[in-house]
Design a protein around this ligand. Structure first.
Ligand code: G3P
Length: 215
């Protein structure tokens, strides 16, 4: 299972990548907007830190515009994956980018048919948004189960990247279903590593050792 960071915050990217278990980074226009820095500058900074796929999203709504943006982003670094929204125009762009050997991540996936269409267009990754489905009382993880099953049935190469993750339980379930990748906001990363019994255990070991007067 691969762990990506879902942020464009360079401090967080440095902090969590230092743990040695980060395989990639996902960004989106909202995350970039928060940073108040030029997209190209930030994406190149991220690529200096993380040696893995870095998703960078287009903002055009027509396939021609998407292709122009995508080809420009792809010159910034070999690890750039072009994030394309799940629309008919997006599918057209993904098909062409796949033929050109440019990796893509089809985003804003909310149903199994959307996932299948993106895979058929040749998406390298797809991003189903589990948290946003849960937010409107649908079952985000059920969608992941359906996509993983269908992709196995048809032997699609497209990898399933679970996005819009809100809490560690989403990661548990994604792992048991067999999703390829989870992209984690920094606050979820902190919750993943924390366990009260780990903290209590460390404290007790240290106290016992000190009490034994070892040199
Ligand atoms: O980057 C895409 C996705 O992870 C966004 O998550 O929390 O805005 O629904 P969220």
């Amino acid at each position: 299972m691969q762990f990506y960071l879902d942020t464009a915050d360079i401090k967080d990217i440095k902090k969590y990548s230092s743990w040695g278990i980060i395989d990639g980074v996902t960004t989106n226009p909202s995350l970039i907007a928060k940073e108040k820095i030029k997209l190209e500058t930030r994406i190149k900074e991220i690529a200096e830190i993380v040696d893995g796929p870095i998703s960078c999203e287009v903002i055009s709504e027509d396939s021609e515009g998407m292709l122009t943006e995508a080809r420009k982003f792809a010159t910034w670094h070999p690890n750039i994956y072009i994030k394309i929204p799940m629309t008919a125009e997006g599918l057209k762009a993904v098909k062409i980018l796949n033929e050109e050997g440019i990796n893509t991540n089809v985003t804003l996936i909310f149903s199994l048919p959307q996932a299948i269409m993106a895979a058929k267009a040749g998406a390298t990754l797809i991003s189903p948004f589990v948290g946003r489905l849960d937010d409107i009382s649908f079952d985000g993880m059920q969608l992941i189960e359906e996509i993983v099953t269908a992709f196995n049935n048809y032997k699609f190469d497209t990898k399933v990247l679970v996005a819009s993750i809100r809490h560690p339980r989403h990661v548990n379930e994604a792992a048991l279903i067999g999703a390829d990748i989870v992209t984690l906001p920094p606050n979820v990363f902190d919750k993943l590593i924390a366990h009260p019994l780990s903290d209590i255990g460390i404290q007790k070991f240290l106290e016992d050792y000190k009490a034994s007067n070892q040199t």
